[in-house]
Structure formats: structure tokens, C-alpha cells
Design a protein around this ligand. Structure first.
Ligand code: IPM
Ligand code: MG
Length: 360
């Protein structure tokens, strides 16, 4: 029997529409092979939505996302909107989407593909075999804590304020996702905080430690965030699953991504307690190469695979897509960001065609 899924597409800005087009073709083909039907609907978000409606996340877009089985997002933002007031910035739309859908768990894998080892800025022996999952808390911490704002102090000086805060329930729910993720992977979980200085981190560490007895098959360790940053570039193979708060996760997931050589290769999943998840590449909208058929669509395609695996429970379809990505790399196809000597340079569209061929 054909299974049917409603997918909201948020192509966004910059290279977003180009890479999204490739992912949609790939999904259609895999769907036809495995009797899965996708009903796609596109909605504006980010800069394009600001231009069309005056808001980076129109109500209708959020409503469409809520009513779907999963949301596939490409990338948002660009120079054009960088100088707008904060509430009108594309990034504010993204934060609104995360909050609006309750997406508290952000899974960011950093896996080095053997075909791309030389694209890493680190030595081969340091990165070979790296396979890390960063579990980042996404709807709390300093990104959302109150009070926040720029106020006038008693001295008449301006004072900028944000608040890093976590409640026990917020820590526990992301902690459980992280332990469960570690169980399905290498069985090691490293919790990252700044408990030597911050009270919020002390609570974080206490709660994560308190969860550990429920997961006897997971080996738990703790690192301070500065040390974790150092260890990530010193010997990344020591990590399996990392769990951390919103801001530390933002920073460490970029560092982890770069170990793999190309941020253009990495997908991510943002999940809530129930309802649709949002699946998107880790990279941004790359306005400098937008519309030139130069973008690497593979992170978008791998995000579609994560959507199938984590959002729609279709592991076979996800496997097929991931295998096709490895195959086109084995065949030597490379976009500019991962180009190496002796390889075949291709643009975004040609990479998409190669993928479709690889899927058979
Ligand atoms: C990310 C981005 C966002 C964040 C920005 C664009 C709001 O850097 O997804 O990592 O800080 O979370
Ligand atoms: Mg970031």
C-alpha cells in the first residue's frame, strides 16, 4: 500500500531554492521506488518571506509546517536583510520556527567520509574515522532566556542583557534524547558545560548525572566547554555523542562540522516531543554563489535522508539516499567546495543528475 506524507518545503534564500530542487527530485525518485508518496507544499520563510509579507516567518508558513508530517528547510538569510531590525531578520524567523514547533532537540552529525578526508584542514590520522553526533538543546538557554534586551542603566549607560537559564525539565528532556542517541551509536555520551563558573551549568551537570543510572549501557563523561573545543580539534575520535546547551552547541557544532572538511556536506535534524521535525543543512544560504549553479546540494539531500529516517520512519529510503551520495563521490563528482585534484567538477544541477542515476 502506498504511504503518503505531507512535506512542507522552505527553500528560503540564496542557494536554498537550487539545492532544494535537487532534494525534491531525489525524494520523488526514491518515493516511486519504495511506494512512498510525498505531497510537497512550498512556503516562504526568511528573507524571501520578508520581501513578500513583511515577516520572516508568516503565520501561514508556521501553520503549514504544523499541519505537515515533516518540514524540509534549505537556508535563509543574506546581505540584503542583514541591516533590518532584529525582529525582522531572517534568523528571527528561524528561531520562531524552532520555538513554534517546540523543536528542543537538534541532532548534528559530523561524520567524515573516506572520500573527503583530504578536504579537512586537519591531518588525515586525526580525522580518519571521525563520527560524532552533537545533540544541541535548541529552544532554551541564552537564546531564549529572560530578561533580554538593551536597557539604559542608572548611570545612563546602555547595558545589553541576555540570560542563560535552564529548568530541570528542559535539561532532562534533552538529556534523555542524548542518552537514547548514544545508545543507538557508540554508547558514549559526553556532556559539555561550564559548571566551574556558571550555576546554570552546575544544574545541567547534576541533572545529566542523575539520568545516567537509567542508561547503564551508556558511558557518561563531562567536559568544560573550553576544554571540549580544544579536544575536538586535538583528537576528535575520542567523541561519540556530545550533549550540550544552545549556545555551546551552536559553537561546537560548527567546529565539529569543519573537521569533516566541508560544511556543505552536513545535514541536521531538529525534533520536538511530537509533531513534525525540521530537517536542514548545517550550512547557510551562501548568497555569494546563489543562482550560479555552483552550490553543493549534498547536505540538503542528506537532510532529506535524515527526514526519512528520524521524521518519517523510513530507514530504507534513507539508506538508499545515503548510499547514492557515497556512490557519486566514489564516481569522482565534486562541487567547488569539495573539489580535489583528479576529480570531476560539477555544478549543483549536474550533481543532482548524478544522484538520480546513482539511485537507478
Ligand atoms: C545555527 C545558526 C543559527 C543559530 C542562527 C542562524 C540563528 O547559527 O543554526 O547554528 O545560532 O542557531
Ligand atoms: Mg550556528
Amino acid at each position: 500500500m502506498t504511504q503518503s506524507f505531507r512535506i512542507t518545503l522552505l527553500p528560503g534564500d540564496g542557494i536554498g531554492p537550487e539545492i532544494m530542487a535537487v532534494a525534491v527530485e531525489v525524494l520523488k525518485l526514491v518515493g516511486s521506488q519504495l511506494d512512498l508518496q510525498f505531497e510537497f507544499q512550498s512556503a516562504p520563510m526568511g528573507g524571501v518571506a520578508i520581501d513578500e509579507t513583511g515577516s520572516p516567518l508568516p503565520e501561514a508558513t508556521l501553520a503549514a509546517c504544523r499541519q505537515s508530517d515533516a518540514v524540509l528547510l534549505a537556508a535563509i538569510g543574506g546581505y540584503k536583510w542583514d541591516t533590518l531590525p532584529r525582529h525582522l531578520r531572517p534568523e528571527t524567523g528561524l528561531l520562531g520556527l524552532r520555538a513554534g514547533l517546540g523543536l528542543f532537540a537538534n541532532l548534528r552529525p559530523a561524520t567524515i567520509l573516506p572520500q573527503l578526508i583530504d578536504a579537512s584542514s586537519l591531518k588525515r590520522e586525526v580525522v580518519e574515522g571521525v563520527d560524532i553526533m552533537v545533540v544541541r538543546e535548541l529552544t532554551g538557554g541564552i537564546y531564549f532566556g529572560e530578561p533580554k534586551g538593551i536597557f539604559t542603566a542608572e548611570t545612563g549607560e546602555q547595558r545589553g542583557v541576555n540570560t542563560m537559564a535552564y529548568t530541570t525539565s528542559e535539561i532532562d528532556r534533552i538529556g534523555r534524547v542524548a542518552f537514547e542517541t548514544a545508545q543507538k551509536r557508540g554508547g558514549r555520551l559526553c556532556s559539555v558545560d561550564k559548571a566551574n563558573v556558571l550555576e546554570v551549568s552546575q544544574l545541567w551537570r547534576d541533572r545529566i548525572t542523575a539520568l545516567a543510572p537509567d542508561y547503564p549501557d551508556v558511558e557518561l563523561s563531562h567536559l568544560y566547554v573550553d576544554n571540549a573545543a580544544m579536544q575536538l580539534v586535538r583528537w576528535p575520535k575520542q567523541f561519540d555523542t556530545i550533549v550540550t546547551g544552545n549556545l555551546f552547541g551552536d559553537i561546537l557544532s560548527d567546529a565539529a562540522a569543519m573537521l569533516t572538511g566541508s560544511i556543505g556536506m552536513l545535514p541536521s535534524a531538529s525534533l520536538g516531543a511530537d509533531g513534525p521535525g525540521v530537517f536542514e543543512p548545517v550550512h547557510g544560504s551562501a548568497p555569494d554563489i546563489a543562482g550560479q549553479d555552483k552550490a553543493n546540494p549534498l547536505a540538503q539531500v542528506l537532510s532529506a535522508a535524515m527526514m526519512l529516517r528520524y521524521g518519517l520512519n523510513q530507514p530504507e529510503a534513507a539508506d538508499r539516499i545515503e548510499t547514492a551520495v557515497l556512490l557519486v563521490l566514489d564516481q569522482g563528482y565534486r562541487t567547488g567546495d569539495i573539489m580535489a585534484e583528479g576529480m570531476t567538477p560539477v555544478g549543483c544541477k549536474a550533481m543532482g543528475e548524478a544522484l538520480l542515476k546513482a539511485l537507478g
